[in-house]
Design a protein around this ligand. Structure first.
Ligand code: PMP
Length: 283
């Protein structure tokens, strides 16, 4: 597969970065994952806006204009034949000559982009849902920035995997934040609940799509703090992300969520999401 690194397209197996790169040494960088269907990036502008926000949040000047990013994404996508792809974009503060916590001056950022095939969600997962575990959210207080420093997220995801589950649902001070790599939605008494955006969670692009679709289709929705007990006694639960779209969670901490099957609001949202994707990308 072909990747983009610092100005050129090269085979991924031949791409090289310095061990002095601050992304490697400190996790000092930000990233995006952009889903592509039928050759068209879904919600590209929103992803590029979030990339800009993450860069600004950690004090890296955006190395490219919106038009340049769009062109790079299109060229990377065109270099691969997969019907659906996930484009990964990473910008780090660059490679220094010495290891020093403080920002170096005039260092060009490292820009890396790669694409992978995006497998369609297994129909069985959509029909049956996935299992999740819950855990205390022990990440830092700027989870709104999409940084490559993902150690806490990796450890939290591993908790789920070790229990045969797909995701870890996180709670801070008794309130729902998000998943280790997803946003979480709750349905109670027919009302869709989502936590308000804050420094404690990533403003998900798929999360915004879901909220838009709920409004468009007249689905009652409340954006408010959600208590841990409300998640554990939810009628329906699902996760969203750019690669998983809308995925039902039907078991939490070894207990069924509601009926233990994807509920009516979940199934409607999966359909609305698929329609939106096809309308916008043609696939
Ligand atoms: N929260 C976290 C911590 C994530 O890693 C992700 C996936 N990148 C999300 C939420 C979902 O965001 P999006 O819908 O933009 O992929």
């Amino acid at each position: 597969s072909i990747c983009y690194l610092n100005g050129g397209f090269v085979p991924r197996s031949e791409a090289r970065i310095s061990p002095m790169d601050r992304g490697f040494l400190f996790g000092d960088g930000v990233y995006e994952v952009i889903p592509v269907y039928g050759g068209r990036a879904f919600r590209l502008d929103a992803h590029l806006a979030r990339l800009q926000r993450s860069l600004a949040g950690i004090g890296i000047a955006n190395p490219h204009s919106h038009a340049e990013w769009t062109d790079l994404v299109q060229r990377l996508v065109a270099a691969h034949h997969w019907p659906a792809q996930a484009v990964y974009v990473q910008v780090t503060r660059g490679a220094d000559t010495v290891r020093n916590h403080a920002f170096p001056h005039d260092l060009p950022p490292t820009v890396f982009m790669t694409a992978d095939a995006l497998a369609p969600i297994a129909p069985e997962q959509l029909e049956r849902g996935v299992s999740a575990v819950s855990a205390a959210d022990n990440r830092w207080l700027r989870c709104d920035l999409k940084t490559t420093a993902l150690l806490a997220n990796c450890l939290l995801r591993q908790l789920a995997v070790e229990q045969g589950c797909a995701e870890t649902v996180l709670f801070r001070d008794g309130f729902l934040t998000e998943g280790s790599a997803s946003n979480i939605f709750v349905v109670r008494d027919g009302v869709l609940l989502a936590p308000p955006k804050s420094h404690l969670m990533l403003p998900g692009i798929t999360c915004d799509v879901v909220l838009e679709l709920a409004a468009k289709h007249g689905q009652a929705t409340e954006v408010r703090e959600i208590r841990e007990e409300e998640v554990h006694s939810a009628d329906e639960l699902w996760l969203t992300s750019s690669t998983k779209e809308v995925l039902p969670i039907t078991r939490l901490d070894d207990k069924p969520v509601g009926s233990g099957r994807p509920g009516p609001v979940t199934r409607a949202m999966i359909d609305w999401f698929r329609q939106a994707r096809i309308e916008e990308c043609g696939a």
